[in-house]
Design a binder for this molecule. Structure first.
Ligand SMILES: NC(=O)c1ccc[n+]([C@@H]2O[C@H](COP(=O)([O-])OP(=O)(O)OC[C@H]3O[C@@H](n4cnc5c(N)ncnc54)[C@H](O)[C@@H]3O)[C@@H](O)[C@H]2O)c1
Length: 434
């Protein structure tokens, strides 16, 4: 059997490698560089180094190959299609389903009787049935009768210890038989597969999970803002509350949320709710609170600079980390990048240092990471930690402090101990640290 995986990013590539241990896999992506890299056995996901050898083995043994298009060769070989293309939002925070629609059209041209199509991209309940199914049925085949259709949300956590094989997989089919067929497929590579009533339920599981996180993070961010005024250390409060053996789960305040999930996916749920005149007020408020955290953090920086009599517009600021998540090179929806933008808008001089992201394109501008932090901090007024990369723990802060004009350290991730930095003369400011 041959499995065709469309969209070879953070979700699709690890999935393709996992399936290649059991089946032949054809990976499809519109990004030529990714295709070339895979066919050479090179892993471009630096967050998933553990896949380097597995990818090499899969390609060298002929179990995995990548190509730009679903063509006649793919049609002949493949009987299963898994879609893991992006599901972003537009500037008005509305879902963009164009990648799913265009992939659906490509599959419709080649789908055969008995084939299985699974959507893995995160999206609102109803997408598989109302958007993807009619497109696939333009082939003349009927879902649930001629071909199988299912939804299975991806729960991968790039940069963490969790491997695809160990994360329980939710599966729901358009019909019972569709669900069973998709579940049997995933059972070949994943230890625990949870079959739910239908594909809409499976779509709702992902929405519930991500909105749950967004709401809890928002509550902690709100609580941290209160702690700031009250003079309490929110981190200490959360750590202490976490000793309760039941009924509490820690979430952590920061300068903002980033990535493809928390700042994006709940908008899919909100948008879907609107068609039933259901407004998801709590989720919307959570999104607002989280979106406002860069502004709150900017005020903390401004206050600290004011105390040093340095106007923000005259300040030189160094941002430590630009990716949205620690130990990754992923800048999508990064709050650190948002902070960079806000500082620019306020006319501050801002440079960033992130060894994971040497350069990036942002709003039509190409920006580069500083290569030498010790040089970059000369005459700087503040360091702002935007990403809690492990490598930042070994920075020689004593040396850094000596070179700065004013020694402000704004810890946007509450990564460091206040006392550890104060001993080098830093004025330490955390998010919600009192
Ligand atoms: N990254 C995560 O942590 C994560 C976790 C769970 C779920 N998801 C969801 O999985 C989906 C994919 O996310 P990702 O992080 O892998 O995105 P990504 O941007 O890393 O990868 C998507 C890939 O799809 C390709 N692509 C785009 N349009 C295409 C098309 N028309 N045909 C073929 N390829 C196309 C892109 O070139 C890219 O390589 C999204 O819906 C996301 O919300 C992501």
């Amino acid at each position: 059997m041959t499995v065709c995986i469309i969209g070879l990013g953070y979700v699709g590539l690890p999935m393709a490698i996992a399936f290649s241990k059991k089946y032949k896999v054809i990976g499809i992506d519109i990004d030529k560089n990714k295709i070339n890299s895979i066919n050479k056995g090179h892993n471009y996901l630096i967050e998933a180094k553990y896949l380097d050898q597995e990818l090499k083995n899969a390609v060298e043994s002929g179990k995995l190959r990548a190509t730009l298009k679903i063509d006649e060769n793919v049609k002949e070989e493949a009987s299963t299609y898994i879609i893991s293309v992006p599901t972003p939002i537009d500037e008005k925070k509305r879902p963009i389903l164009t990648p799913i629609i265009s992939v659906g059209r490509e599959i419709a041209k080649v789908i055969k009787k008995g084939d299985l199509v699974i959507l893995e991209s995160t999206t609102y309940p109803g997408t598989t049935r109302e958007v993807l199914k009619p497109i696939l049925e333009e082939s003349g085949l009927t879902a649930g009768k001629d071909f199988h259709l299912a939804y299975s949300p991806e729960r991968i956590d790039p940069g963490s210890k969790w491997k695809i094989e160990d994360i329980p997989k939710i599966v729901g089919g358009y019909t019972k038989e569709c669900g069973k067929k998709a579940a049997r497929l995933y059972q070949q590579i994943i230890k625990k597969v949870v079959l739910v009533r239908d594909e809409k339920t499976a779509e709702a599981v992902k929405m519930l999970e991500n909105a749950f996180r967004a709401i809890n993070i928002a509550y902690i961010n709100e609580f941290a803002q209160y702690c700031q005024i009250e003079g309490i250390d929110a981190k200490e409060v959360i750590q202490a509350a976490s000793t309760k053996p039941y009924g509490f789960m820690p979430f952590w305040p920061s300068l903002g949320v980033g990535g493809h999930c928390i700042p994006v996916d709940p908008w899919y749920l909100i948008e879907r709710g609107r068609i039933f005149e259901y407004y998801f007020d709590l989720v919307s408020l959570a999104m607002r609170i989280n979106d406002e955290m860069p502004y709150f953090t900017l005020n903390l920086l401004r206050d600290a600079l004011d105390e040093e009599k340095v106007p923000l517009r005259d300040a030189k600021i160094i941002l430590l980390g630009i990716s949205y998540k620690k130990n990754t090179a992923d800048p999508r929806e990064s709050p650190s990048l948002r902070f960079y933008e806000l500082l620019k808008m306020k006319k501050a001089r801002v440079l960033y240092y992130d060894p994971y992201i040497p350069s990036l394109h942002f709003k039509g501008e190409s920006i580069k990471s500083e290569s030498n932090l010790e040089k970059a901090v000369e005459n700087a007024h503040a360091l702002v930690l935007g990403t809690d990369h492990e490598i930042f723990k070994v920075i020689n802060f004593k040396k850094i402090a000596e070179k700065m004009a004013t020694k402000i350290f704004l810890d946007g991730k509450n990564m460091f101990n206040k006392e550890d930095l104060e001993k080098f003369g830093f004025k330490y400011v955390g998010v919600g640290r009192g």
